[in-house]
Design a protein around this ligand. Structure first.
Ligand SMILES: Nc1ncnc2c1ncn2[C@@H]1O[C@H](COP(=O)(O)OP(=O)(O)OP(=O)(O)O)[C@@H](O)[C@H]1O
Ligand SMILES: [Mg+2]
Length: 494
């Protein structure tokens, strides 16, 4: 968790923002309403204080009539002021003459008057005679009070008769305290409720996004790079309702998938055309090629004496037409494998096949040393015998063609974990680094004069891979200087 919230899920962010905002608003509303309540309760207390004063004035003047003038004043005791009818409990009074407290006291619950301490007297004596009520802390059990100078004969000098009346703030504070507690509890409950409901609502609102992510992952796993592509994955209509923001993403996602599916379909169609063209062209080339070969062979065998240079030209025509026939056959085979055309599925004994293939290789390249390691029992796979033979022959031909004379070529066959594993290894110079990356691609060959002079085309390993893959197997190559090994794995059958 980082302080800025980076890396938080959107859900968490929204819920945290909601809770924080709600807490701020609750705090603001709570503080403002508590302050307003306190102000209004204090105002009411001040009004009560005013009533209390009018009662005490009755005591001072003996009537409720207009205020008496100073000479007719009676200096009352605080007790008398407090005992005036209707005084509320907790009311306090202090009577001062010339700034000194003559008497003071407060009414308890039972209506009895109790004396005040010297400190409390001093605090009351200090209340300003400005006509406004003042809050003061009397300490001890009395606590906070609201006090007002009710009567002053000499407000400017402060040396006349002065009566201070006070009412306790305890009730106001209790009420305010209760309201604070209630507001805090309601706010806390509201915040918890908002967090829980908010989390649910946000989760519900974001669920379509999760489903979209799952769809996107499924699309990402589809093999879109080759072959016929069925891009059927779509966001369900309910999640692609473009009236909502999330739905707009879903709709855009579906549009994108439609677009990609269309593009892939077009690519597949054009690839199919190219494959079809290569297959047709190769097929069509076979007949004229065999005619060329046939005629050149015929001319060579006719026994007619032809000039040496013409004989040479004829033999070149024959050998090149043989090579071209091979090339055309390879292209045709690759085009057919690309089409995904079914291969034959016959039981094939790889053991016997490699014995034949290695002995053929020995006959064609006697300069190399050919070794064979094969189990005594047949190694059966299900497949197309001529194609599998071509796989082995291509690997052996490579070992013969791309290594110098004297190279030892070891062909090994074994059954490992339900797979027939064929390896062809040689101790030649290794595969040219320029070709290693794309070894199994079409027309991949090292750009050396040797390759060209040997008439290599670079289709051999592409055919190996296509045939092996069509058999449900795999092929790999490892090569360092002095050790090159091709490994072919094909599921074996009992
Ligand atoms: N045993 C090997 N040792 C060294 N290099 C090799 C070996 N086998 C293959 N290569 C390299 O890999 C390249 C590709 O081989 P691939 O069989 O596909 O084509 P090619 O042999 O050149 O032509 P083709 O087989 O079509 O006549 C070769 O040109 C060669 O450079
Ligand atoms: Mg080859």
């Amino acid at each position: 968790m980082t302080p800025s919230g980076a890396g938080w899920s959107l859900r968490r962010r929204l819920v945290v923002a909601l809770v924080v905002l709600l807490a701020l608003v609750s705090a603001l509303v709570g503080v403002v309403s508590v302050l307003a309540l306190r102000a209004s309760l204090t105002d009411r207390l001040d009004e009560q204080l005013a009533t209390s004063i009018s009662r005490s004035l009755v005591v001072v003047s003996g009537s409720l009539g207009p205020l008496p003038t100073p000479p007719q004043l009676i200096v009352p005791s605080a007790e008398r002021v407090l005992e005036a009818p209707g005084q509320a409990e907790g009311t306090l009074a202090a009577v001062l003459v010339e700034g000194r407290v003559l008497s003071s006291g407060y009414l308890d619950t039972a209506g009895t008057v109790h004396a005040l301490t010297a400190g409390q007297d001093a605090a009351l004596a200090a209340v300003a005679a400005d006509g406004a009520a003042h809050s003061l802390d009397l300490g001890g059990r009395m606590g906070d009070y609201r006090a007002l100078v009710a009567f002053d004969t000499a407000p400017s000098t402060g040396d006349g008769l002065r009566i201070v009346i006070g009412l306790p703030l305890a009730n106001v504070e209790t009420t305010v305290g209760q309201v604070v507690l209630t507001v805090a509890i309601v706010a806390a409950f509201g915040i918890v409720l908002a967090a829980v409901l908010g989390a649910r609502i946000v989760r519900g609102a974001l669920r379509p996004l999760q489903r979209m992510a799952q769809t996107a992952s499924r699309v990402a796993e589809l093999p879109l790079d080759r072959g016929e592509v069925a891009l059927a994955e779509r966001i369900p209509a309910a999640d692609a309702d473009s009236r909502t923001e999330v739905g707009q993403v879903g709709a855009a996602f579906n549009n994108m998938l439609d677009h990609v599916a269309g593009a892939l379909g077009a690519r597949e169609a054009s690839e199919r055309k190219v494959r079809q063209f290569v297959a047709d062209a190769s097929h069509e080339l076979r007949t004229p090629l065999s005619s060329i070969r046939g005629y050149s062979e015929l001319t060579r065998r006719s026994g007619e004496q032809v000039p040496a240079d013409i004989a040479h030209a004829l033999s070149r025509i024959e050998s090149e037409s043989v090579r071209m026939t091979g090339l055309v056959e390879d292209l045709l085979l690759l085009a057919r494998l690309d089409e995904g055309r079914e291969l034959a599925r016959d039981p094939v004994d790889l053991g016997r096949m490699i014995v034949d293939a290695v002995s053929d290789a020995h006959a064609t390249a006697p300069t190399h040393e050919w070794r064979l390691e094969s189990p005594p029992d047949p190694v059966m796979v299900s497949g197309d015998a001529p194609r599998l033979h071509q796989v082995v022959a291509n690997l052996l031909a490579n070992a013969a063609a791309h290594t110098p004379a004297g190279t030892v070529v070891v062909t090994n066959l074994a059954v490992v974990g339900g797979e027939a594993v064929l390896t062809v290894g040689d101790d030649g110079p290794g595969i040219d680094p320029s070709v290693r990356e794309n070894l199994f691609e079409r027309f991949a060959r090292a750009d050396s004069s040797r390759s060209r002079s040997t008439g290599s085309t670079g289709l051999g390993l592409a055919i190996v891979r296509a045939v092996v893959t069509a058999h449900g197997g795999s092929v790999s190559a490892e090569s360092t200087s002095g050790e090159t090994r091709f490994t072919v794995r094909i599921p074996s059958v009992d």
